[in-house]
Design a protein around this ligand. Structure first.
Ligand SMILES: [Zn+2]
Length: 82
């Protein structure tokens, strides 16, 4: 079995290996600048991305000055079971 070189930056789970060389996960923006696993991409990253795209006003209340989603909002969202 291959070693898994990366962990999800959101839930800390090992990032899935999809095929031989692809194990870098997904872009975790706007949660953070790192990578994330399949589950977090589907259940956390994409919903936040859509929220930001769909409503700029709500989006502004969700993000830090650098454009990332505020950590406490992400934590709350995850702890509520996504
Ligand atoms: Zn994850």
């Amino acid at each position: 079995m291959k070693t898994i070189p990366r962990e999800c930056s959101i839930c800390n789970a090992p990032i899935e290996i999809h095929h031989d060389d692809w194990c870098a996960g997904h872009n975790a923006w706007p949660i953070n600048n790192s990578r994330c696993c399949d589950g977090c991409n589907t259940h956390v990253v994409i919903p936040f991305r859509l929220a930001l795209m769909n409503d700029a006003k709500i989006g502004k209340t969700l993000v830090e000055e650098d454009g990332r989603i505020k950590k406490e909002i992400v934590d709350e969202y995850i702890s509520s079971g996504c």
